[in-house]
Design a protein around this ligand. Sequence first.
Ligand code: PMP
Length: 359
Amino acid sequence: MTRAHNFSAGPAALPLSVLERAQRELLDYGGSGMSIMEQSHRGAVYDAVHNRAIANLRELLTIPDGYQVLFMQGGARGQFAMVPMNLLRRGTTAHYVDTGTWSAHALAEARRRGSAESIWSSADDGYQHVPTAVDVPSDSAYLHITSNNTVVGSQIHARLDGGDVPVVVDMSSDILSQPIDVTQYGVIYAGAQKNMGPSGVTLVVVRDDLLERSDDNLPETMHYGKVAAKNSMLNTPPTFAIYLVGLVLEHLKELGGLEAVAATNAHKAELIYRTIDSSAGFYTGCVQPAARSRMNVTFRSPSADLDKEFVSQAADAGLIGLKGHRSVGGLRASIYNAVPLESVRVLVEFLEEFKRTRG
Ligand code: PMP
C-alpha cells in the first residue's frame, strides 16, 4: 500500500497510527465482541470513550472549570446559526470580523437570526491581511472571529481583545495546532475534519455564564445549556467520529502535547514559505506575510494554466489536494497536524523541480 501525500483542506489527513489502531479495534472493541460503532451510546463502553475524549480535550487545550465541552452536529456552518441562536438576544447586536469566505458566511447566517454587523473587513484587498486589533462596542452581544481562514490561507496571529464582550471564535482549521488561552474566549467552535478527526462531529467549548442567554424555545439539540446538561448525549451522538477524535487526542498527547505540535507545524510552514519566497517570483504567496497561515499555505505559479499543470503533475507524483479553493483558484497546501514532515519535504522538492522545468 502506498499512502498519498495528502494536502487536502478537509476532510484531511489523519495520523497513520490512529487509522491503524482503529483498524485493529474495528471488529472487537476492547474485548466487547462488538465494534465501537455497534455499542449503545448509553452503555459503559461508549461512555468511557466519550468521557476520555472530553477529558483529553480539557487537558490538551487547558480548558479550565467554568467552560463546558460539547460534541454537536451540523458542522461549523451549523454553529454559524447556533451561535446567534444561543447568544444573540433581541435588542442586541453582534459584531463580526470579516477575514474571508467563512467569516462572511458566518455573518450572513447571523443576520438571518438577528442584528449583526461587520466591524472589520479585508474584503477590499481580497482578504490579504488580518487585523492586529479591533474596536468593539462595549454593548456588543459578542465579537465573532475566524482564527484561520482556510480558503484564503490567512491566520490571525494577534490576540483580538473584546474587553468585556465575549469573543466567539471559529477555530475549525487551526484548533489543536498550537496552545491557546481558552480564557480569552466565550465560545470556541470547530468542525473536527481538519485537525481533530473525521467529519460528523463539531466541538463547542462554551463559558458557563453564556449558557444563561439561550431561549428555552430553541430546538433542544441546538441549545448549548441543554446539550451541556446531558453531557452531549441528549440524543445519539456521532459515536464513531467521537471515538476517532479520542484516538487523535491520545496521539497528540504522545507527541508531547500542543507545544510540540506547534513547533513541528511552524517548521513545516516555514519550509514551504521559504521555497515560495526564494523562487525569484515564480511562486507568489496569496496573502501578506504577516497574515500567513501555518495550516493552509496559498500561492500561485505564473499563470492559471501552470497552476492546473502543477496540480495534475503533483497528483501523478502522489501529492494530492493541492488545488486552491474553487472560489479563489491558485494553489493551496493544507498542512494540518497529521500531514507528516516527510510529505512537506516531498512537496518542497516538487515545488523546486516544477520551477526548474517550467520557470
Ligand atoms: N469555518 C471554517 C474556517 C472552515 O474551514 C470550514 C470548512 N472548510 C467551515 C467553517 C465550514 O465547516 P463545515 O463544513 O464543518 O460546516
